[in-house]
Design a protein around this ligand. Structure first.
Ligand code: RIB
Ligand code: CA
Length: 311
């Protein structure tokens, strides 16, 4: 099967790093470029982390384009308390051999969209500032994209406030621009990503695969396990990894066509993705919300891919 080109936009922190590792061995997508944005940590760190993890994955040939250092409006939000000072909870990786490209991320998104002329799949697993800037600068961009798959939002709940998920909360205006841009947008919010968890034992099973990449994946995800004990989840959510795997194969997920907009003004609700999924008051159905998955198949796919690093 001919694979579709994938551009990954990320704020490489811990789970973004595992999403990058999984991006090497997808069934229907081929990673062709990575753009970075401020989010979990500052954009200089997310960019360095991205270069390092690509090299760990023997994907050092994939070009990296640095993007926005702050949101479109409002205060910059980070998640150092989760991802540590450098974004990988101070895990040590070799100094990257390369620098990011000179072209900024928002121009790179447009260049790759033009190059692949309607076939490019953008998977965005951080705040959506780069995509929003690209949409604002290039009016024809939505028509040049196959689809946009985001890790962000939540039809119910939140993880930064009771009503907002981090990526959308970090840049609500950007998220609303992306959700209303006209390209097909698929939202992997907390509704599905919190169900895509690995227990501590299952993390150790990844490490037992033996490659340096598998051990790194376990170590880096184990470093945030403590934040999930309060959720009584029994494990750590693979927010960004499950988003990449959804983009690759949605057959074991539940997806609903829905109206989704972002609250940007609310004192208590800024960053909330408002959906009509659970309301008889319908909105224009402008996006697709992923609401569930078969966790066993998800886990199997993660193991299948991570095992390839040892082959
Ligand atoms: O809310 C989870 C999201 O915020 C993930 O993308 C994680 O990497 C952080 O960016
Ligand atoms: Ca992320």
């Amino acid at each position: 099967m001919n694979k579709l080109p994938m551009l990954l936009d990320c704020d490489t922190g811990v789970d973004d790093a595992v999403a990058i590792l999984l991006s090497k061995y997808l069934n229907t997508l081929e990673l062709v470029a990575v753009t970075t944005v401020a989010g979990n940590v500052e954009v200089e760190h997310t960019t360095r982390n991205t270069l390092q993890v690509l090299e760990l994955a023997d994907m050092g040939h994939i070009r990296v384009y640095m993007g926005a250092a702050k949101p479109l409006l409002g205060e910059t939000v980070t998640a150092h308390h989760v991802h540590g000072q450098n974004g990988l909870n101070d895990m040590v990786l070799p100094k990257p051999r390369r620098e990011p490209e000179a072209m900024p991320a928002w121009d790179a998104i447009y260049e790759y969209a033009k190059k692949y002329n309607g076939e490019l799949v953008v998977v965005a697993v951080g705040p959506l500032t780069n995509l929003a800037l690209a949409l604002a600068k290039y009016k024809e961009l939505p028509q040049l994209l196959k689809r946009i798959v985001i890790m962000g939002g939540a039809a119910v709940g939140g993880n930064v406030t009771p009503s907002a998920e981090f990526n959308v909360y970090a840049d609500p205006e950007a998220a609303d621009m992306v959700l209303t841009c006209g390209a097909p947008v698929y939202m992997c919010g907390l509704d599905v990503t919190m169900r895509a968890y690995f227990t501590a034992e299952e993390l150790d099973e990844i490490a037992a695969l033996g490659s340096k990449q598998a051990v790194f994946a376990r170590d880096v995800m184990q470093s945030i396990l403590r934040f999930y004990r309060t959720y009584k989840l029994g494990g750590v959510a693979f927010h960004d990894p499950v988003t990449v795997l959804y983009a690759d194969d949605d057959s074991y997920f539940q997806t609903e066509h829905a109206g989704v907009r972002v609250e940007t003004k609310g004192r208590l609700t800024r960053g909330k993705t408002v959906t009509d999924l659970y309301s008889d008051k319908q909105m224009e159905h402008n996006a697709y919300v992923v609401t569930n998955l078969d966790r066993d198949i998800f886990k199997r796919r993660v193991f299948e891919i991570m095992a390839k690093y040892g082959e």
